[in-house]
Ligand binder design. Structure first.
Ligand code: 0X9
Ligand code: ZN
Length: 303
């Protein structure tokens, strides 16, 4: 049965999403945002209690665009479950005030491959000559291949032969582009490093509304720390982690002007790295839920 004491395969995750749409037919809509190279759906859900009004009211949360970052998808499904079942007043309020788009596995081929063949796989599974895969978080069409990515297929940060060369990013971006006007908040979960990152990845300059989004990120990191003492570093991608271009977050902000765009690098800081033990799923998810809700609450106040 589905739960958060262990990690799950893509089939288990997708079957759980399907079961939710059956269990909550008026609230949960199954969404196929796109298809992967190996023709797997990029499956997610839209959660809507029908009370959200106006533009820029929806929240998007994705994960596992990088295949091996298993904790990211596990935290994402935990949050989805909380939105549907929590009896906490403030969680219920936020759940109902917004539409939520939850996409646990943006890179289904790579994710599947981490179960069958290579636990440490990061990229997609598109063949490129002697090597396989492009980095789906270097493949989006904003400042594509303009730093912190590679043109060499055999590297881990291969940007792909062109922007949106990957089936999963191309199709998902088409869907995202169609709903981008609705989005108030965009969140992408990665692991690991314990960082809360803001656009952009091509420059350490503090662009757009950084002076608004940065204090919110600090508050979100503080609310994360409160529960178990887990400490996060906050800042612009280029100055906090490294220069990286073609990410999903930068595309949502740079092309579609989604005002509040964040990337979480979840637990830990390297003890287990990508192989975070399953007994840390629930504590990681609890603290991250606190943090994401802080972002949404603060974004609400401003808009
Ligand atoms: O390199 C990445 O794509 C992310 N780190 S990871 O170890 N999970 O691979 C950082 C992405 C942050 N960069 C942008 N969103 N621009
Ligand atoms: Zn990642």
């Amino acid at each position: 049965t589905f739960g958060w004491n262990s990690y799950h395969t893509i089939e288990e995750i997708y079957n759980w999403l399907r079961s939710l749409s059956t269990k909550y037919p008026k609230i949960v809509t199954l969404v196929e945002a796109g298809r992967s190279h190996e023709n797997r759906p990029v499956l997610g859900v839209k959660v809507s209690f029908g009370k959200a009004t106006g533009q820029r009211q929806a929240v998007w949360i994705d994960s596992n665009i990088h295949a091996r970052e298993w904790i990211s998808g596990a935290v994402n499904t935990y949050i989805l479950n909380a939105l549907l079942t929590s009896t906490d007043r403030s969680i219920r309020n936020l759940a109902e005030r917004h539409d939520w788009y939850i996409f646990p596995v943006l890179n289904p081929d790579g994710f599947h491959y981490t179960y069958t063949t290579n636990r440490m796989w990061r990229k997609t599974r598109t063949p490129y000559g002697l090597c396989v895969g492009a980095d789906p978080n270097r493949n989006w069409d904003y400042k594509w291949n303009q730093g912190g990515s590679s043109s060499i297929p055999c590297t881990e940060t291969y940007a792909g032969p062109r922007a949106f060369s990957e089936a999963c990013t191309a199709s998902t971006s088409r869907y995202l582009g169609g709903i981008a006007k609705e989005l108030l908040v965009y969140v992408s979960f990665h692991s690991y490093s314990q960082m809360l990152l803001l656009p952009y990845g091509h420059t350490a300059q503090h662009l757009d509304n950084y002076n608004v989004t940065y204090p919110i990120a600090v508050e979100a990191a503080n609310s994360l720390t409160k529960r178990y003492g887990t400490r996060y570093t906050v800042g612009n991608v280029a100055e906090t982690i490294y220069v990286a271009t073609g990410s999903s977050m930068d595309w949502l902000k740079g092309v579609h002007h989604v005002p509040f765009a964040y990337t979480y690098e979840l637990r830990d800081t390297g003890k287990y790295g990508f192989l975070l033990p399953a007994d840390q799923i629930i504590p990681t998810a609890e603290e991250t839920l606190d943090s994401v809700l802080t972002i949404v609450r603060e974004a609400d106040k401003i808009s």
